[in-house]
Design a binder for this molecule. Structure first.
Ligand code: NAP
Length: 281
């Protein structure tokens, strides 16, 4: 049985849907039923369920809010991982944990490999990096998978926000100096479930193939949906935010891309899939 924490989130629900489709036994409790920040709750859940694998999709993802409430981010993204790592190691359960491209500073001109040194620019990134340290120092059998720009079901993703803005406005200004690659939750779920069958524990990078700026991504999605408004590229200075974001955080997918029997769709194909699911295509 696979236990997915943060089961109501974008990735948690995509994993749940895929496990259901594959007829696998799983539990995907939400925060109310399994709060990863509570060690006693984690201990009781894992001892009771005795899963063969835990996939941690629980996270505090409010990048700007984390600047003024860093402890909240650390509680979930670092101490929550510590709790899971502690109990998983004690019970001999492998732990798959999801991290982020925001552990990097964005100064690279080439995709970040798994050998690149992290240097987060913001409180969210620092909390996720601390989570990585807890995982790698406390667990022997872990998969640590960094993803970027996750989008899927629900309202907590960039594309959802773009379409909400586009509904009320004739012109949109979108930043063109943040470049990465989107990660479509159902595609990421496919790869994670293949990876956990390999037993090849360690650090991995994963997103849909290709790269784009936020402006290019929004332009592509709105264009495909037949939006008639104007979209203009602007620099990040145009929209000052509490948290600094990396200018470039494309990930080098080696070696994961060579280990799996799944050709990762491009970000454009992933966007088309999202548009269909959301009823725009
Ligand atoms: N979203 C992105 O753009 C992005 C980019 C890079 C990496 N990632 C990483 O990818 C992973 C999956 O992200 P996602 O987009 O699926 O996130 P998401 O949609 O925000 O889901 C996270 C889930 O975790 C839950 N959660 C929060 N605190 C919790 C706690 N103490 N105990 C248990 N559950 C808790 C949240 O519940 P509530 O809704 O009740 O808070 C939410 O359902 C995360 O590790 C994230 O850091 C995400």
């Amino acid at each position: 049985m696979i236990l997915v924490t943060g089961g109501k989130g974008q990735l948690g629900s995509a994993l749940g849907a895929l496990l259901e489709k594959q007829g696998k036994l799983f539990r995907a409790p939400d925060r109310e039923r399994l709060d990863v920040t509570d060690l006693a709750v984690v201990c009781e859940a894992l001892n009771g369920l005795k899963p063969s694998l835990v996939v941690n999709c629980a996270a505090y993802n409010h990048v700007d809010r984390a600047e003024r409430e860093p402890h909240e981010a650390i509680a979930v993204n670092a101490l929550g991982v510590r709790n899971l790592a502690l109990v998983c190691e004690d019970l001999g359960i492998p732990l798959m944990h999801i991290s982020t491209d925001y552990v990097f500073d964005g100064g690279s001109k080439v995709p970040y490999t798994i050998a690149h040194q992290p240097r987060p620019l913001n409180a969210y990134g620092r909390s996720k990096l601390l989570g990585e340290h807890f995982l790698t120092s406390m667990c022997r059998r872990y998969y640590l998978v960094r993803v970027s720009w996750v989008f899927g079901e629900g309202e907590r993703n960039f594309l959802f926000k773009v379409f909400r803005w586009a509904k009320d406005r004739g012109t949109l200004r979108i930043v063109d100096d943040q470049v990465s690659a989107p990660s479509y939750a159902p595609h990421i779920a496919q790869v994670l479930l293949q990876l956990c069958e390999t037993g090849a524990y360690g650090l991995y990078h994963l997103h849909n193939s290709g790269e784009c700026s936020r402006y290019q991504w929004a332009s592509y999605a709105l264009g495909r949906a037949g939006w008639q408004g104007r979209i203009e590229p602007v620099s990040s200075d145009h929209f000052p935010t509490p948290a600094e974001r990396p200018a470039y955080s494309v990930l080098d997918l080696y070696p994961l891309d060579e280990m799996i029997d799944y050709c990762l769709p491009t970000w454009q194909e992933a966007t088309d899939q999202w548009l269909k699911e959301a009823g725009y295509l």
